[in-house]
Ligand binder design. Structure first.
Ligand code: DGY
Length: 416
């Protein structure tokens, strides 16, 4: 354990670029939104000041409209595509006075929840920093509710916004995009990682098509909402937003601010989250707003319901079935499902950060045995197979990038 702890700390320090942490060198050479929030959680176990700096740097890229981008391009790197130029956000609507180069979309809003964890790790050290961060978190959540929550559930405008890039949840919506007009591009990810572990070319054509689509509309949220073929209500966004909004309410109490607006958001998000229940699969999944169709996909995102605070026992039997089919909890997609691919990114592999949220949610809901399974499997997976980006749920094969920040962070903060 001591050796693994030391290795996890070494990884965070290795990926520390001075105030922000890259997920892993090469494959992801910038600051990513939710990766960074998890990095803070890891730093909080041994360097509380550095933990706060991580979150503060992330919010230094916040747009005037409240949006916190999914990538901040602090130092340009030829080894990653799409580049800042491809995103074309310099004159984006909503960006305002923010000058830090960024993408034009956001990511699952775990920042408030993890900032709250960082605060709780050392309240004396965090009091002033939490007070300074609070208005920024509030603006972020106000943007989410205004720009992404038209159905109560939180929608994504790009698969990258969900963080679960190639999840089967958006197969239908992705098929609805004709990428014929996509400009020629060269992928960089498959130069770093085995192509079998990454999204396909068909996926990438559509990812880039959607980037061009947003850029052509100057990332104007209302225009994109009205015109994009891709608008999907997503359980990752919805449950993380619900959890973060609850944590934001606790912060409001702490800093002595009125929480009426926040309580209204919680009520709306709860209703939207309940609407993601799929009675056929007996799990929560995505809804394609352009067709009204449910994805029919049993995923680890659906199992975030407890993290979101829904005390719903209906989803437990399906979770048990999925765990029975897995050596390591929790696969990103049901191993018995037709789209299962044990190594391909979000179509099967296990992700430590999702396990952190699923496991903690289960524990809070009183499901001690299931929570222990998720946590124990996470520890065993990392101890046996290293600090990989993700893992094969059947045999633990480490996949994607290595020396991965958020896997190390989850080890330090929870699994070890
Ligand atoms: C990537 O480049 O694969 C990222 O997931 C985009 O956010």
């Amino acid at each position: 354990i001591a050796a693994l702890d030391a290795e996890a700390r070494r990884i965070l320090q290795l990926n520390d670029k001075g105030g922000y942490t890259v997920p892993t060198a090469g494959l992801y050479p910038y600051q990513w939104n939710w990766d960074s929030a998890f990095a803070a959680l890891g730093f909080a176990t041994f360097d509380i000041d550095r933990a706060w700096r991580e979150i503060e740097t992330l919010f230094s890229g916040q747009w005037d409209n409240g949006m916190v981008p999914h990538i901040l391009f602090h130092v340009m790197d030829e080894g990653y595509f799409p580049s800042y130029d491809t995103w074309g956000t310099a004159d984006a609507v909503g960006r305002g006075a923010c000058t830090l180069p960024s993408s034009g979309i956001s990511q699952p809003p775990v920042a408030a929840s993890l900032a709250w964890e960082v605060y709780r790790a050392n309240p004396a050290a965090g009091d002033g920093r939490l007070r300074a961060l609070y208005p920024k978190l509030l603006a972020y959540h106000r943007w989410i509710m205004d720009a992404r929550a038209e159905t109560g559930a939180v929608v994504i405008t790009h698969p990258w916004e969900a963080g679960r890039d190639n999840a089967p949840d958006w197969d239908e919506a992705m098929a609805g995009i004709d990428p014929a007009g996509v400009q020629p591009y060269t992928r960089r990810d498959t130069g770093h990682v085995d192509a079998r572990m990454r999204p396909t070319k068909d996926d990438y054509d559509r990812y880039i098509w959607l980037v061009q689509f947003g850029r052509d509309r100057k990332w104007d949220d209302s225009q994109i909402a009205a015109e994009s073929p891709f608008r999907v209500a997503d359980p990752t966004m919805t449950f993380t937003a619900l959890r973060s909004t609850r944590d934001l309410a606790l912060m409001a109490d702490l800093v002595g601010e009125d929480r009426t607006e926040i309580d209204g958001w919680i009520a709306r998000l709860e209703e939207g989250a309940r609407g993601l229940w799929n009675p056929e699969t007996r799990s929560y999944d995505a809804i394609n707003l352009r067709t009204g169709n449910r994805a029919g996909s049993v995923s680890n995102a659906g199992f975030l319901a407890w993290w979101g605070g829904l005390r719903d026992e209906r989803a437990l039997p399906v979770l048990r079935d999925v765990l029975d089919r897995s050596t390591y909890a929790v696969p990103s997609y049901d191993p018995a499902g037709p789209q299962f691919d044990s190594l391909r990114y979000w179509r099967g592999p296990v992700w430590a950060v999702m396990n952190f949220m699923v496991g903690n949610g289960l524990a809070e809901a009183g499901q001690a045995e299931l929570a222990a399974r998720v946590r124990g499997d996470t520890a065993r997976m990392i101890a046996d197979h290293g600090f990989a980006e993700y893992f094969d749920p059947l045999d633990g094969t480490p996949a994607g990038g290595g020396t991965f920040t958020w896997t190390a962070a989850v080890w330090l903060a929870w699994a070890s």
